[in-house]
Design a protein around this ligand. Structure first.
Ligand code: NAD
Length: 244
């Protein structure tokens, strides 16, 4: 069955790789991103791009209304949008309250805004799959990125609570937690590349770079019928750094 899948922050990086995966299996993809959504969608079959800032509830509501007007249903929501690759490491006393709030507004509030807009439609359909893109850093407690790590730890609670609340409506909620990945944003951040690329290869069981494509199989599985009894779970995909 061809599904309608909204993927936030999918104009590039991990989100775009996941969008490619959905498009390749015949789904209708909605790329929701404030930058480059239409251009990215133009490279995929059956895809549309909608400018959307997940930190702004009105922007999210408008995006979801447009999807419903066009497709009449929403089967999958992938909450991938996040602030990470533009961040520079630093001690907590140098993180400004504004920077803290901005990270939370996208990485945590954004997941609430999209769920709030999409869930009524999924409830009406009696089915749906929501996938959060968290981070393995929530388990490792990496230093010098306190706002980011805290935001991704929040995704664990959000996933579990949403799964229990929405399960009776046929809606599954899971969390895919990547390790250090050479996304477009990461490749543009020289500081994070120097700090993390080789270190992560050294820490992994699998001794190579991890690319966005390495996350696509897990994302498609968790959103698909074969995972029909999997909900409230976090799957770490990091080449074997954190094992739980
Ligand atoms: N790259 C990694 O090592 C890594 C590791 C763990 C988790 N993650 C998570 O994966 C997700 C994607 O990361 P990436 O590495 O592909 O990043 P990236 O910087 O390459 O891409 C991020 C995308 O999100 C979009 N975006 C940013 N703010 C947005 C907003 N307010 N509303 C909608 N879209 C917005 C950007 O425009 C961009 O297209 C993020 O949630 C990130 O935290 C990344």
């Amino acid at each position: 069955m061809s599904r309608i899948a909204i993927i936030t922050g999918a104009a590039q990086g991990i989100g775009f790789a996941i969008a490619e995966g959905f498009a390749a299996r015949g789904d209708h993809v909605v790329i929701a991103d404030p930058r480059g959504a239409a251009a990215a969608a133009a490279t995929l079959p059956r895809a549309i791009g909608i400018g959307c800032d997940v930190a702004d509830p009105a922007s999210v509501d408008a995006m979801v209304a447009e999807v419903m007007a066009r497709h009449g249903r929403i089967d999958v929501l992938v909450n991938n949008a996040g602030i990470f690759t533009s961040l520079l490491p630093g001690p907590l006393e140098e993180i400004t309250p504004e920077a803290w709030r901005r990270v939370m507004s996208v990485n945590v509030d954004g997941l609430f805004h999209t769920a709030r807009a999409v869930v009524p439609h999924m409830k009406a359909q009696g089915q749906g799959a929501i996938l959060h893109i968290g981070s393995a850093t929530a388990f490792k407690g990496n230093p010098l990125m306190l706002h980011y790590v805290t935001s991704k730890a929040a995704v664990l609670g959000l996933t579990r609570s949403m799964a229990r609340e929405l399960g009776p409506h046929g809606i599954r909620v899971n969390n895919l937690a990547p390790g250090y990945t050479l996304s477009d944003g990461m490749l543009a951040n020289d500081v994070q590349l120097a700090r993390g690329r080789q270190k992560n290869i050294d820490e992994r069981a699998m001794k190579r770079d991890m690319m966005p494509a390495d996350l696509v199989g897990a994302a498609l599985f968790l959103c698909g019928d074969q995972a029909g009894m999997i909900t409230g779970q976090t799957l770490v995909v990091d080449g074997g750094v954190f094992m739980h």
